[in-house]
Design a protein around this ligand. Structure first.
Ligand code: ADP
Ligand code: ZN
Ligand code: MG
Length: 621
């Protein structure tokens, strides 16, 4: 079983403004041209080494006898080629024409055809001799100029590389472009007001907050929201990503921070936005040598700058992260990023609104039901939904439609949520059969147990990493899950494994991720939710920051080996119980399993109606 949603790739967020480096490009172009020229014209450099010198009389004779062709005049020499493409040259006596020398065209004796490259040869000389020197000088001038100019150049390492979105730009992002997130927006309306009417606050002695931290999963619209705040307040927006601070050289990060804050203060009121602050804002003191010093200095500089703000400075620093757990606590102290705005994954209503926002510039058929699409996309982020509509539009365009059909959107949901179909991946008959029984195992158990979400689709078309998919869909958003719901979910996850075991006598590797997920649910029940009678209420394992390599959240053990084995026993017990229940359900429904699997193999995909038709009377909900 594979459920939604893996994270699809994000579209790029910002286009950096164009830099005016045309002078540099011209030089680069000329350099490339020179190199190409040498590559394709090896003779320029090696001209006379490859050709043989002969006396002028021999040259004339050979030409007359048609053994030479193509006379060419160059640098006071006459060049000729024979039919084997060998080249010869003779020194041309000064002041005599070709005719005088005895050359004449055998076919047309009054004329001598010769290509004179005397003129071009002069330029060749210049290019081969002088151009590199000229270019070199130009390059040095360019570098010096850029160093003087400062910002946004390839040589201003220490300057901040922040992109500025000035307040006068035409297409402004405002709260209207951000669908849903009403609570987050409400908190930020305040920030907008600080920027617009700072006097109102300073007059009665209120301290204006300095920093706002936006916390949320990737693609939930943090960057978008920050830009919307700047747009609403109508102030410039300096945006930089945490990872940009730490590229290149040691010591650069801190000076970039200094420069960024200086620029911002000059442009106040304004917003500084540090995207992905976790890249510099990790807890200090745990680094693995090398780069960590750099990070630490950068972070210290950010903190220093924020502390150094005077109350009148109307600069608000916003930052975004999807890893609040690993951030240095110093960032959250009063006067720094003391405001946190949590951005949740969009719920059902919000998903529909986000779809509407991004459907604004796409022609939809009237039959398109965005509400239904929203229902099919729990766990999709705003970015996923945007991507979904784009995929649907691509599909429609491919079929030369004028408008998007509902079907296009449904196909796009699957593509974004599960990865594209891999029709080219050929399964053997036996593999296909096992996959079918595996998926039907999930689906049947999921259908019969009340705690599982209704089945939306069963498919044996390989997608992404999975050979088959059972796709269930909650009828409504659920915020609290009960113990019995967890237990039923585990059963449905085990359904694939048990079905393979029951019908084929052995299990395949296809069940491994199901088992992992089932185990994880069981572990959470025991250690996080106090749902095991043997272990009781204690919650185990503090989540801590993964310092190493930065991506894993490690769990610190805060319990003894003895307790650990108790926990393991409790997990095994839950899994064993679920296994027994699942085995019972599957062996009681063997005939039905055969029937559904057969149908699935025939059709490759069963939708909710086709699937539930097998049960009509049996539905136990
Ligand atoms: P984050 O910075 O949290 O990773 P982004 O702000 O870059 O996410 O969001 C990526 C894209 O997803 C945005 O450009 C926007 O088009 C879309 N998006 C995300 N959330 C929303 C939303 N609430 N309303 C409209 N569009 C959204
Ligand atoms: Zn499975
Ligand atoms: Mg972002």
């Amino acid at each position: 079983m594979k459920q939604m949603p893996p994270q699809p790739p994000r579209p790029p967020q910002f286009q950096p403004p164009k830099r005016n480096n045309s002078f540099g490009y011209v030089i680069l172009f000329a350099l490339v041209l020179t190199i190409v020229y040498y590559l394709f014209n090896p003779q320029v450099a090696t001209e006379d080494k490859r050709v043989e010198e002969i006396p002028i009389s021999q040259m004339t004779a050979n030409y007359q006898e048609l053994r030479f062709s193509e006379l060419e005049l160059k640098n006071g020499k006459i060049y000729a080629t024979d039919k084997n493409k060998n080249r010869y040259f003779a020194v041309r006596p000064q002041g005599e024409s070709l005719k005088d020398l005895g050359f004449s065209d055998p076919n047309n004796p009054t004329e001598v055809k010769a290509i004179s490259t005397e003129a071009t040869a002069f330029w060749m000389n210049v290019i081969s001799g002088w151009l590199p020197i000229i270019l070199f000088i130009a390059l040095i001038i360019f570098m010096v100029k850029q160093l003087g100019k400062g910002a946004n150049s390839a040589f201003s390492f220490g300057k901040s590389q922040a992109r500025v979105y000035s307040k006068d730009r035409k297409k402004k992002t405002t709260f209207k472009d951000v669908a849903g997130m009403d609570e987050s927006k409400e908190e930020l309306v305040e920030v907008v007001d600080f920027l617009k009417n700072p006097k109102k606050y300073t007059k009665i002695g209120a301290k204006i907050p300095r920093g706002v931290m936006l916390v949320g999963a990737p693609g939930t619209g943090k960057t978008l929201l920050a830009r919307a705040v700047a747009g609403e307040a109508n102030v410039p927006f300096f945006s930089i990503s945490g990872s940009e601070f730490v590229e290149m050289f040691v010591g650069v990060g801190a000076s970039r921070v200094r420069d960024l804050f200086q620029k911002a203060k000059k442009n106040s009121p304004c917003i500084i936005f540090i995207d992905e602050i976790d890249a510099v804002g990790r807890q200090r003191g745990f680094g693995m040598g090398g780069g960590h010093d750099e990070r630490e200095q950068t972070l210290n500089q950010i903190l220093t700058e924020m502390d150094g703000f005077e109350n009148e400075t109307n600069v608000i620093v916003m930052a975004a992260t999807n890893r609040p757990d690993i951030l240095d606590a110093a960032l959250m102290r009063p006067g720094r990023f003391d405001r946190r705005v949590i951005i949740d994954m969009p719920n059902l209503v919000e998903r529909e609104e986000i779809l509407k926002v991004h459907a604004r510039n796409k022609p939809l058929e009237t039959k398109v039901d965005l509400k239904k699409i929203a229902r099919q996309t729990p766990g999709f982020s705003g970015a996923d939904l945007e991507n979904l509509l784009n995929e649907a539009a691509l599909l429609a365009a491919k079929k030369n439609q004028k408008k998007l059909k509902h079907h296009d959107l449904e196909v796009a949901v699957e593509k974004v949520g599960l990865g594209p179909e891999k029709k080219s991946r050929k399964l053997s008959e036996q593999e296909k059969k096992i996959t079918a029984y595996h998926e039907v195992g999930h689906a049947l158990v999921g259908h019969l147990l009340p705690g599982c979400d209704p089945i939306h689709k069963v498919s044996v078309i390989p997608r992404g990493m999975a050979l088959g998919v059972t796709w269930s869909m909650p009828e409504k958003e659920i915020y609290l899950k009960s113990m019995s719901k967890f237990k039923d979910e585990i059963c449905s996850l085990l359904g694939g494994y048990i079905s393979e075991k029951t019908f084929f006598g052995e299990v395949t590797t296809g069940a491994s991720s199901d088992l992992k997920r089932a185990t994880n649910i069981a572990r959470s029940m025991v250690t996080d939710y106090g749902m095991s009678p043997e272990i009781g209420l204690t919650v185990f394992g503090e989540k801590g920051g993964g310092q190493f390599l930065g991506s894993e959240v490690t769990t610190y053990k805060n319990y003894s080996e003895e307790v650990a084995s108790k926990i393991d026993n409790a997990i095994s017990k839950i899994l064993k119980e679920a296994e027994d229940r699942t085995t019972k359900i599957i062996s009681e429904n063997k005939g039905l399993m055969d029937k559904i699997s057969e149908e699935l193999l025939k059709k490759e995909t069963l939708n909710d109606e086709e699937f539930s038709a097998f049960f009509s009377a049996k539905k136990s909900k």
